[in-house]
Design a protein around this ligand. Structure first.
Ligand code: NAP
Length: 352
């Protein structure tokens, strides 16, 4: 059983883990603390960037001799392989650590197996401490290694009564300038933007990252139009040379069980191209198909202070027929963005 000091240390390690941000890609975010034999914190570290030392190694360096006989608390199972840096298991054994407490198992074939190596080396190992919290802090990496697909954020702007377009089809600028700016920030954090051909035909969106004046900023994400039969018109703005665009067709990816492009194959193809964060920008038909296929991880929804009472809903075709089948969410954040309200939520997963 982990002690209270170890659990508190794990909480701190989870906070530290996120300090590496995107710089650790394609590695995970990891945080670690060293407790001396009396339980006092004597070293902290986090994986700062890919190719750099791992969290445990940095924390051990800071602890020095005080690590001997102590405990290392780390958010991910220590690695047992030599990559750009040496195995963490070796560093832990060399430091004379008596106990290792970790949160989540490293399921990669390459780096996994660390717990076993440590156990064989006489170290007392405890796994699974605050696992769920640690996994949340590493969700993009886990989606990549466990599900072998990019992490998917579905972004939608709607009226308070959940309409993305009015009955007559008018739909542009449902939300405010402030929300659109916020959405451009979201786009800038993603490497891929996905939209359905229905949205391309209705709105002719550009799907680029732009500043307030409309000028392109930074490296542009890949634009993907999901379009079974290649209906995207040649004149579509999404096909200009402002950013790369992939019109993903059923001829290329095959058809899904509910018709349309096979979305699992699309995700796998993006994963093979090392895409890690997809912003799904709808519309309702494509978003419904993503939700139905279990391919949405997070929702960012902007609600404008407008009521329509008719028009396209935020989502359709999820296959949910009764309340008990409703897809559960956890709200992570709710805030005002200009006159709108932005809700950030995560879809509940079946816990493994
Ligand atoms: N407010 C917002 O945030 C927002 C965002 C986006 C869109 N919208 C609005 O949404 C409306 C368009 O939405 P929409 O539902 O008509 O179109 P959509 O969801 O953008 O695209 C749906 C189309 O994608 C194609 N598709 C290919 N593979 C698919 C798959 N596996 N599953 C589902 N669809 C697949 C299908 O056409 P094919 O069979 O021809 O391939 C399908 O008809 C517009 O009014 C637009 O303004 C609003």
């Amino acid at each position: 059983m982990a002690t209270e000091a170890e659990i508190a240390a794990m909480r701190r390690a989870i906070v530290l883990s996120s300090s590496g941000g995107e710089a650790t890609h394609p590695n995970p975010n990891v945080g670690a603390l060293v407790l001396d034999a009396s339980g006092a914190v004597v070293g902290e570290g986090w994986h700062e960037q890919a190719g750099g030392p791992h969290a445990e190694v940095l924390a051990l360096r800071r602890a020095g001799e005080r690590a001997r006989g102590g405990t290392v608390v780390v958010t991910l199972e220590p690695c047992a392989h030599t990559g750009r840096t040496g195995p963490c298991t070796e560093a832990l054994l060399a430091a004379g650590v008596g106990r290792v407490v970790y949160a989540a198992a490293d399921e990669t074939a390459l780096a996994g197996g660390g717990a076993q190596v440590l156990g064989q080396g006489g170290v007392d190992v405890e796994a699974g401490v605050l696992r769920r919290e640690a996994e949340r802090a590493n969700e993009r990496w886990l989606t990549r290694v466990r599900d072998q697909r990019p992490f998917v954020v579905w972004k939608v702007a709607a009226t308070l009564d959940g309409r993305v377009a009015a009955e007559d089809g008018t739909s542009r600028w449902v939300s405010s300038d402030e929300s659109r700016r916020d959405a451009h920030r979201l786009r800038s954090e993603c490497d891929t933007i996905v939209a359905g051909v229905g949205t391309v035909l209705a709105d002719d969106p550009h799907l680029t990252v732009r500043d307030q004046d409309g000028s392109l900023v930074g490296e542009q994400p890949l634009r993907v139009v999901v379009d079974s039969s290649g209906r995207t018109p040649r004149s579509a703005r999404v096909l200009d040379d402002a950013a790369p665009t992939w019109v993903a067709t059923a001829a290329e990816l095959g058809s899904g069980t509910n018709g349309g492009v096979d979305l699992g194959a699309l995700m796998k193809a993006l994963w093979s191209r090392e895409r890690t964060l997809v912003l799904l920008e709808g519309g309702p038909t494509l978003a419904g198909a993503f939700v139905r296929a279990g391919l949405v991880d997070r929702v960012v929804a902007y609600f404008a202070p407008t009521l329509l009472g008719a028009g396209a809903p935020v989502l359709s075709g999820t296959g949910v027929g009764t309340l008990a089948e409703g897809i559960g969410l956890d709200f992570d954040d709710v805030r005002r963005v200009g006159p709108d309200v932005r809700v950030t939520a995560r879809l509940r997963r079946q816990e493994g």
